[in-house]
Design a protein around this ligand. Structure first.
Ligand SMILES: NC(=O)C1=CN([C@@H]2O[C@H](COP(=O)(O)OP(=O)(O)OC[C@H]3O[C@@H](n4cnc5c(N)ncnc54)[C@H](O)[C@@H]3O)[C@@H](O)[C@H]2O)[C@@H](O)CC1
Ligand SMILES: [K+]
Length: 472
């Protein structure tokens, strides 16, 4: 099942639906127990709880309440808890009383030597960066930070990382992940999801991520009745005789990602076939043969010939993926995609995105990719460390690559080949893009294993990654 990420409003709706559990403080008690559990786990891992020192940084709302109640649990375990109240008269009264009753103390300045710090400044009620007083406190912190709900200063809905904001080693969240846990994953550290008894939320046009099991389950493999045609033939249009690399990488990725058949169209046919003899190549669209999807664009040039090819493939009723040079051409001819009813997947990086949208991606990548997908009536895959794939209705799949090893020349061509072959196999564009992004990221990390890679190494890791996912 895909993991769902909620907006702050959706979280509040779910909390209110619990009625008494919210009103009588049960939710907060469960949340704070989860925070305390994470801190205790870390303290035990590094020598035990008794006599250790934990700092609490407390804001004006319920986020601070969670932290104060967690501090009370820790204090009862013999942890020395010191709390800085950023807005003393608005600190959560019940939480403060509990902390004091358990032996925790309120201080003006955190002790210098601390084993851990709990960030209870801002949760889903926060907006903008840390204010100066909070920033000053965190500037002195060297101990690992456990963030309550989210690292303060990061926007819950957009994941925008304001400056200054907290960088957490562990983030403990409650009932459901929030958007930022995916969009700003590198700032959250390990994320612990604590069950506090929220009802399930159903927002089809929300933000999701696929699990490895989802990807394995969706990956097309030949069934007993399949032959080389029935699994979906992808047609790759890429590269040129002068620049064959993109053609070779995209075709090779298509060959690796699914069984069946890969066709290639373009002037690098000889080079492609010499690398991958199984590819059926043609020089032009007219003699390409039948395909179930087209993947068009890497290294194809941006001249009249490229425009003619785009016009032809986008006029078919087949699924089409457009990437790289194809996107640059498309940006001048957006009507070619606006009028389409067949599935369309556009795979821009930030620069190509700006060409298509007429404006840069900006900090709020989620809103930007949704807006472009809606405007063009196409699925848009925005590349990056966190790849976002948005449908025209606003459903978004995100994938955190977990590393940036895929930031290498030619890696995009590999993504095109993988996603194109999944489209040909019949996956809807958003799932084709999301599955491809995940396998691509895993292949990059596996190939790199700590050392730089080129796209050929990434491509070579695609099959082992798919095999491991399917065998897990
Ligand atoms: N409602 C509940 O019973 C529950 C709430 N929970 C916790 O409560 C949090 C939400 O609590 P709140 O709605 O009180 O909001 P927060 O605690 O996130 O924020 C509190 C207040 O801080 C102020 N503020 C906003 N931005 C600021 C900034 N940049 N600098 C300084 N102050 C700023 C605002 O006045 C805001 O209302 C969740 O994130 C979660 O940690 C959990 O305990 C689960 C149950
Ligand atoms: K926080």
């Amino acid at each position: 099942m895909p993991i769902q990420y909620l907006t702050a409003d959706a979280v509040r709706v779910a909390e209110h639906a619990t009625g008494d559990l919210l009103a009588n403080g049960t939710l907060m008690r469960r949340a704070s127990a989860g925070v305390a559990r994470a801190v205790i786990g870390e303290l035990n891992r590094t020598g035990g709880c008794y006599g250790r020192a934990v700092g609490l940084v407390i804001g004006a709302g319920n986020n601070g309440g969670d932290a104060l109640y967690a501090g009370a649990i820790l204090a009862r375990r013999g942890v020395r808890c010191s709390a800085v109240l950023l807005v003393p008269d608005r600190a959560h009264a019940g939480g403060l009383a509990a902390l004091r009753a358990a032996g925790g103390r309120v201080v003006d300045v955190l002790p210098v030597s601390l084993d851990m710090v709990v960030d209870g400044v801002l949760g889903i009620g926060g907006t903008g960066p840390l204010r100066p007083a909070a920033a000053e406190v965190f500037a002195q912190v060297t101990a690992p930070i456990v963030a309550v709900d989210l690292p303060s200063g990061i926007d819950a809905d957009t994941g925008v990382v304001n400056d200054p904001s907290v960088r957490a080693a562990i983030t403990v969240t409650f009932g459901a992940y929030r958007n930022l846990h995916l969009l700003a994953a590198p700032r959250c550290g390990r994320i612990d999801l604590v069950d506090i008894g929220l009802p399930p939320t159903d927002t089809p046009d929300g933000l999701f991520s696929l699990t490895d099991a989802d990807v394995a389950g969706l990956w097309p493999v030949p069934g007993p009745a399949d032959d080389k045609y029935t699994q979906g033939v992808v047609g790759i249009v890429a590269g040129s005789a002068r620049y064959p690399g993109a053609a070779i990488l995209a075709s090779g990725a298509a060959v690796s990602a699914t069984s069946g058949m890969t066709r290639y169209v373009g002037s690098a046919a000889d080079q492609v076939v010499s690398h991958y003899p199984e590819v059926v190549a043609a020089n032009g669209l007219a003699d390409a043969g039948k395909v179930q999807a087209w993947a068009v664009g890497p290294g194809m040039g941006t001249g009249d010939e490229a425009l003619e090819i785009l016009r032809t493939v986008l006029a078919t009723d087949l699924p089409v993926l457009v990437d790289a040079d194809g996107l640059t051409v498309l940006a001048q001819n957006l009507d070619l995609v606006r009028g389409r009813s067949a599935p369309t997947l556009l795979t821009p990086h930030a620069g190509e995105f700006a060409r298509l949208a007429g404006t840069g991606v900006g900090d709020d990548r989620l809103s930007a990719v949704r807006a472009l997908a809606a405007e063009l009536g196409a699925t848009v895959l925005l590349k990056g460390r966190i790849t976002l794939v948005a449908t025209p209705t606003g459903r978004v799949y995100g994938n955190d690559a977990g590393s940036s090893w895929a930031a290498t020349a030619g890696a995009g061509d590999v993504l095109t080949g993988i996603a194109g072959s999944l489209l040909a196999a019949g996956l809807e564009p958003a799932l084709a893009g999301a599955c491809a992004a995940r396998v691509h990221a895993l292949a990059a990390a596996r190939a790199a294993a700590g050392a730089p890679i080129g796209a050929s190494a990434l491509l070579a890791a695609v099959r082992p990654v798919i095999r491991d996912l399917r065998n897990a």
